[in-house]
Ligand binder design. Structure first.
Ligand SMILES: [Zn+2]
Ligand SMILES: [Zn+2]
Length: 366
């Protein structure tokens, strides 16, 4: 008996000691530390199907850190993977949910007062391999906009249009602005849309305002992937004096869902819809509107340069993929073959600014 109590006492001391010594402050169950390759192998060997969905909500979250931790514990148990951003201004989530846990996931959402009845957008082209682990991050904002509070009023956003209303406005000659970045609109867009050649949303907002000068009374239509960026963009433009601003409700993802469901609605989106997960895009129409950044043949397949030190996002056809071993240049292809420790040495102290391909700034042909 004494021995039992001694053991219990020892265990308690050991647990306290472990908690104190844990570098994560006892939070090791709140983060997934698996390497990408291990996580990918685990995902590939799964015997069940997954559903890729996304949602966002601008809602005041008073304590983003504890909100995050609670969500992580629950969603990890349900086997959910994905990338989720939480800030005081709300939540933005792109996730894949095991099909057998989908109703438990929906029940869980409805128990959280901030997320009750949040509309979910379901992916169009889905192999269930969109994410390979769960990452929930607390950020200053869910969409980095570079704006001050006085630049926009969240309660004064643009009119939300469904697919039918959207098409009608386009037919009536409205000005259509793509609120996404250049690498997104390059492979797919609404016919006739103005596509600012920017790398970030933050950069795009003041540029769009400038481009629209003189059109303060015109009908302005804004769209993005899922609608989240347009909530801010429309509020910003309205605050800047534009009177007739509308936005595509649910973004391209929901537009396509409506078009597929109702054959009477014409599809005006051509090419592919860029998405922020492992799939990189969803095909919407058969048109290929962009070209390979290396040989200029028709191509709309994005890839990240296989040299991890570079990781440049660019368009590469299958021929060039073979020729450059999946890299953006011969130089990167050479680095691919050197040992990992040498790659690390090369990376030390260097800040990789070439994130995306730009026709004029980066010449990929070597
Ligand atoms: Zn090519
Ligand atoms: Zn490269």
């Amino acid at each position: 008996m004494l021995c039992f109590f001694e053991n219990v006492g020892f265990c308690i001391i050991a647990i306290i000691f472990k908690l104190e010594m844990d570098p994560n402050g006892g939070k090791k169950n709140l983060y997934n530390k698996l390497s990408k390759s291990v996580a990918m192998t685990r995902l590939r060997s799964e015997s069940f199907k997954r559903k890729t969905i996304s949602f966002y909500k601008y809602v005041i979250i008073n304590n983003p850190i504890s909100f995050r931790d609670n969500l992580y514990l629950k969603w990890n148990l349900l086997g959910i993977f994905g990338r989720i951003y939480i800030a005081k201004e709300g939540i933005n989530a792109q996730i894949s949910v095991p099909e057998h846990n989908f109703s438990s996931f929906e029940d869980n959402l409805n128990t959280i007062k901030e997320l009750k009845n949040v509309p979910l957008k379901i992916a169009i082209e889905d192999d269930g391999k969109s994410f390979f682990k769960l990452a929930i991050k607390v950020r200053k904002k869910i969409v980095a906009d570079g704006l001050n509070e006085k630049d926009y009023d969240v309660t004064n956003v643009g009119r939300h249009l469904d697919a039918k209303e959207w098409n009608k406005e386009i037919d009536n000659g409205a000005t259509v602005i793509d609120m996404r970045n250049h690498y997104e609109s390059e492979i797919g867009r609404f016919m006739g849309a103005i596509c600012p050649q920017t790398e970030t949303f933050k950069e795009e907002l003041p540029l769009v305002k400038e481009m629209l000068k003189g059109k303060e009374s015109d009908s302005i239509l804004l769209y993005c992937t899922g609608g989240i960026r347009c909530e801010k963009a429309s509020a910003y433009l309205k605050n800047s004096g534009f009177k007739n601003v509308s936005q595509l409700h649910g973004g391209v993802i929901d537009y396509v869902r409506q078009v597929k469901q109702n054959k009477k609605i014409e599809n005006k989106f051509i090419g592919k819809n860029f998405v922020f997960d492992e799939r990189l895009s969803e095909r919407i129409s058969d048109d290929i509107i962009s070209s390979c950044h290396q040989c200029s043949c028709a191509c709309d397949k994005h890839t990240n340069c296989k040299n991890v030190n570079c990781n440049l996002l660019f368009l590469q056809c299958t021929k060039c993929e073979k020729r450059y071993s999946g890299c953006c240049s011969n130089e990167c292809a050479e680095i691919l073959n050197i040992p990992d420790f040498k790659k690390k040495e090369l990376r030390k102290g260097k800040n990789n600014k070439r994130r995306f391909y730009r026709h004029k700034k980066v010449n990929l042909k070597t």
